[in-house]
Write a protein that binds this ligand. Structure first.
Ligand SMILES: Cc1cc2nc3c(=O)[nH]c(=O)nc-3n(C[C@H](O)[C@H](O)[C@H](O)COP(=O)(O)O)c2cc1C
Length: 188
């Protein structure tokens, strides 16, 4: 009985410590760091998630806007000649940005959101990365998709930009605000 009590007490102790550690990670991300929540969204799904992340973290919401917006025809993945198909078939494609984020040096942590396109991040994410000095910043990818995981897109971003400080990415399909908070609290 006494041993059981000891085991129970240590389990409670461990879970409390984990909770405290998570809060500490959250505090570290939120208090010491200036946060930017940068995202590209062609049809609004990733935008909704990005807005929630900005609300939870107190970070600044920033939309990555292409200089030429994507039409429905551009987004047709069944058409091999559509703009998105042509861009995604060319690893060197860099669709132009409408604007550059002027004060990027002020941010320490950047949540970087995008829809999964052909199991990757859209090429405009490469344009954004290559147009801004991101070295030394913490980059936290997140994505929405029709079902694909985020794994291959993050692996590709990491191998394309190994000099940048990438955190584990997270697919955030149908993730409510409470679950988002738990994820953010757990980022170390
Ligand atoms: C050109 C294109 C390619 C896509 N490729 C994939 C894919 O490979 N896997 C997947 O699960 N969803 C794919 N999708 C679906 C989007 O990832 C999904 O609808 C996403 O939530 C859209 O986000 P948005 O509304 O922020 O643009 C694709 C959508 C488009 C337009």
């Amino acid at each position: 009985m006494y041993r059981l009590l000891l085991i129970l007490l240590s389990v409670v102790g461990i879970s409390t410590a984990t909770g405290a550690q998570q809060r500490q990670s959250m505090n570290k991300i939120q208090s010491n760091h200036k946060i930017l929540v940068a995202y590209f969204s062609a049809t609004g799904t990733t935008a909704r998630v990005a807005k929630n992340i900005a609300e939870i973290t107190g970070g600044e919401l920033y939309e990555i806007v292409p200089s030429k917006s994507y039409t429905n025809a551009d987004l047709d993945w069944n058409d091999k000649k559509s703009r998105s198909s042509v861009e995604m078939n060319d690893p060197q494609s860099r669709p132009a940005l409408k604007n550059k984020k002027g004060n990027i040096q002020e941010y320490d942590t950047i949540f970087l959101g995008y829809p999964i396109w052909w199991d990757l991040s859209p090429r405009i994410i490469n344009t954004f990365i290559e147009s801004h000095a991101l070295k030394g910043k913490v980059l936290i990818p997140f994505a929405t998709s029709g079902g694909s995981s985020i794994t291959n897109s993050v692996k590709t971003l990491k191998s394309t930009y190994p000099e940048l400080n990438w955190k584990e990415g997270k697919l955030l399909n149908r993730t409510d605000k409470d679950k988002l908070r738990v994820w953010i609290e757990g980022i170390k």
